[in-house]
Design a protein around this ligand. Sequence first.
Ligand SMILES: Cc1ncc(COP(=O)(O)O)c(C=O)c1O
Ligand SMILES: N[C@@H](CCOP(=O)(O)O)C(=O)O
Length: 466
Amino acid sequence: MRYTSTRGSAPTLDFRDVTLAGLAKDGGLYLPESWPRFSTEQIAALRGLSYVDTAVAVMLPFVEGTLSEADLRDLCTQAYGRFAHAAVVPLVQLDPQNWLLELFHGPTLAFKDVALQLLGLLFERFLTGSSQQVTVIGATSGDTGSAAIDALAGRAGVDVFMLHPKGRVSEVQRRQMTTVIAPNIHNIALEDASFDDAQALVKAMFNDEAFSSKFALSAVNSINWARLMAQVVYYFYAAVRLGAPERPVAFSVPTGNFGDVFAGYVAAKMGLPVAKLIVATNVNDILHRALSAGDYSQGIVVPTPSPSMDIQVSSNFERLLFDLGGRDGAALAEQMRGFEATKAMRLTNAQREGAAALFGSDRVDLDDMALAMRWAYEASAQVIDPHTAIGLAAARRAGLPVDVPVVTLATAHPAKFGDAVERATGQRPALPARIGDLLDREERYASLPGTFEAVTAYIADRASAR
Ligand SMILES: Cc1ncc(COP(=O)(O)O)c(C=O)c1O
Ligand SMILES: N[C@@H](CCOP(=O)(O)O)C(=O)O
């Protein structure tokens, strides 16, 4: 399998190089040159498989030419062996139509672990025995940071610099990052910044050719294709349990950077019968505006109790626009340059119509988020986190036919957002025992102004030139 950039002018790469590269040299994002297609029989054959076996079957076409089936199985066994639930990502029924897919049983209690546990092992495999060293730079609104740090702490050949917006992540999220004291881990709290500012800085560092090659930059955000590839698996895993390929299944996805829901789009492109992908946003609703009215214009980021979705520039939307626009890299590059200059863009007719065929969208405000948390608790004794609640609120009012199962992705453990959960439900979720002492651990991080100069100087001081 080879990978091509959405902006059409970067070299194509194989799976190893695309994993280590992150952003493409032309500023675009990598995608497979073509989508592998599964037949109805191949999808039916996934029934009853373990999560690891499903992961191997779904991801094998994407790693072809780089990893053997046995290698992939070995990596998946290690990655998912660290999850605290035997099913890895269990399905929980809420009512006759609604289900939760619990993606938060990994080491850092959010869906990010599903991809980042594997990505950490892929980095190790690709770097061991080579003289190559990489500098991972990442931006986080809370969950990617902790999952990446857990996956990469102490690994040889990798330095990690993780940028989070100061004061805009929950205390548990911050401590999950800043209490990991390892020589290769560097946490940076950006002053007066949003996640979008942090993400823009990361992209600016990649686009600075001199800096990027001097420090061999690499990415763990969902701009890295391998992140999305690993997330495609759970759409297959859930859908076959609920009747696919005979019965289409819908998914409601709490969305920020459009990575998780783009993985659902990939699953549909591969042949999984997906009835609908509901893009659920909080009041930071650029994606809802884009999908419902074609208006992709950046608003001011408003802090909310679902901080991981406080995003107004959604990186992976570019991948969708590229695929829906006929994979014309030059046209997409032009469209993205317009957005970068004006902070606004209109979707083309082809992009709007293509998206409407599969995606729905909804914007869920604070009251409806709290109502969804209360409903899950009162109707089925499920304590859910604010991000999951946004997905569930959108799922319940999407108006899908009653015979279509609707799976809301439960993206984080409620204990990561204890205050918001307690306010809505009166229940204070306890931290799982393995991180029960998190609030007592020593923290270490740097506070920096959110400028390119300050951040690159800090990294240059601490990362070795490659
Ligand atoms: C808990 C949680 N839910 C939902 C999201 C949104 O996912 P995505 O950015 O892939 O759209 C995030 C962050 O990415 C998250 O951390
Ligand atoms: N919600 C994310 C934001 C980064 O998204 P990513 O999926 O692109 O890594 C976070 O928790 O950091």
